[in-house]
Design a protein around this ligand. Structure first.
Ligand code: PLP
Length: 394
């Protein structure tokens, strides 16, 4: 083999040795409480399908209808080839759902972040970013060319201190995840807002894991804290609770008008497809019609968390349906996940670099799709493997 790529072989071998090599499973069925993984039927505790919408008959019908009406591909970027009423209607409905003036959709949440951040700040400007922000926020910040100042996780006090230390800047922007996806804790948004207001700094929250989960009927973190009109930029995704795919930026009409002129993933990458947009519209319909799914998600999460704590597991600092089962070293977490799988439960281990070294865990994603029996199955499997590996008392 050519030696130019030799280093990759070495790096991959290192990852395997450290228990950090990520093996991607093959799914043979639609998303749901039970799925077929590598040919085996298992209870699914991995997906972000919070409300069970990813394979919902109403969303599927909407997507099929949109294909019949509009076809499968957008054929070019919206700014050049035009846009469909499906996309503009979805944006109007999302804005109304979230209680903001306007919204713009992107191909993904990742793209929404790399779109909006560089459109707002650049060289000579400064971003104050929570130390544990999502990779797509970090990449958006880097891409902007602005100075990045990381503040301690969920610490408005450290944010204040960092702002006071940073004296040379043009524009300023504070960014935080809404729900931190590895720990399931929630950003102290009211306190962050106070800091932003005191210093007249733009405030942005990435509500990817809060959309469809937090707030009244899943209206998100701004609704959860009743901060309507106070957060300048809300980023979100339709790939999680909404069960489809696509990113969102929501806020003032002025902001959205600017993004349509300057956001590069909007200008240089084709839109989400018609069936995506139609399915997302139906997700909004369903969330506006009833809070049933969101309520069930939260009650399932409460049952699971309580059961795990009673068994003696450490569920970290979670305040949401994301439940980390803290195990420590990556090889133990990997072994735990493997044994769960053998017991018919699909729950992935997460290690460095996604989380800090020594903080490896199994991350359980609760869902409204789970039945009470499913939760019992999950708890029984954790109990069995936990005792076998000496994580909880036998
Ligand atoms: C999942 C996630 C994203 C990316 O969303 P996609 O739509 O899957 O690209 C962005 N930000 C946060 C905080 C996320 O959790």
């Amino acid at each position: 083999m050519s030696t130019k790529l030799q280093w990759i072989e070495t790096e991959l071998a290192n990852l395997k040795e450290q228990g950090l090599f990520n093996t991607i499973r093959t799914i043979g069925t639609p998303q749901g409480a039970w799925i077929e993984v590598d040919g085996r039927r298992v209870l699914n505790l991995c997906s972000n399908n919070y409300l069970g919408l990813a394979n919902h008959p109403r969303l599927k019908d909407a997507a099929k209808g949109a294909i019949d009406e509009m076809g499968v591909g957008p054929a070019a970027v919206r700014s050049i080839a035009g846009t469909t009423t499906l996309h503009t209607t979805l944006e109007e409905r999302l804005a109304r759902f979230k209680g903001v003036e306007a919204a713009l959709t992107f191909q993904s949440g990742f793209n929404a972040n790399i779109a909006v951040i560089p459109a707002l700040v650049g060289k000579g400007d400064v971003i104050f970013s929570d130390r544990l922000n999502h990779a797509s926020i970090i990449d958006g910040c880097r891409l902007s060319g602005a100075k990045i100042v990381a503040y301690e996780h969920n610490s408005p006090d450290d944010l204040r201190a960092k702002i006071a230390e940073t004296t040379e800047y043009g524009r300023r922007l504070i960014i935080s995840d809404g729900v931190f996806s590895m720990d399931g804790d929630i950003a102290p948004l009211p306190a962050l807002y106070e800091v932003a207001r005191e210093h007249d700094i733009l405030l942005m929250v990435d509500d990817a894991h809060g959309e469809g989960v937090l707030g009244k009927g899943g209206r998100g973190i701004v609704d959860h804290f009743d901060l309507h009109g106070k957060v300048d930029i809300e980023v979100g995704t339709m790939s999680k609770a909404f069960g489809v795919v696509g990113g969102i930026v929501a806020g003032k009409k002025l902001l959205i008008d600017w993004l349509k002129q300057r956001a590069r993933p909007f200008l240089f990458s084709s839109a989400m497809t018609a069936p995506d947009a139609a399915a997302c519209l139906t997700a909004v319909d369903m969330l506006e019609e009833s809070t049933e799914l969101v309520d069930r998600l939260w009650s399932n999460a409460a049952v699971f968390k309580k059961g795990m704590q009673a068994l003696g597991f450490d569920t970290g600092v979670s305040e949401t349906p994301i439940v980390p089962v803290m195990l420590g070293e990556a090889p133990l977490a990997q072994q735990f996940s493997k044994k769960l799988f053998e017991a018919g439960v699909f729950a992935m281990s997460i290690g460095f670099p996604t989380v800090a070294k020594g903080k490896a865990r199994i991350r359980v994603m609760n869902s409204a799709a789970h039945s009470p029996e499913d939760l019992e199955t999950a708890l029984a499997a954790f109990e069995q493997v936990g005792k076998e590996l000496g994580v909880v008392p036998a």
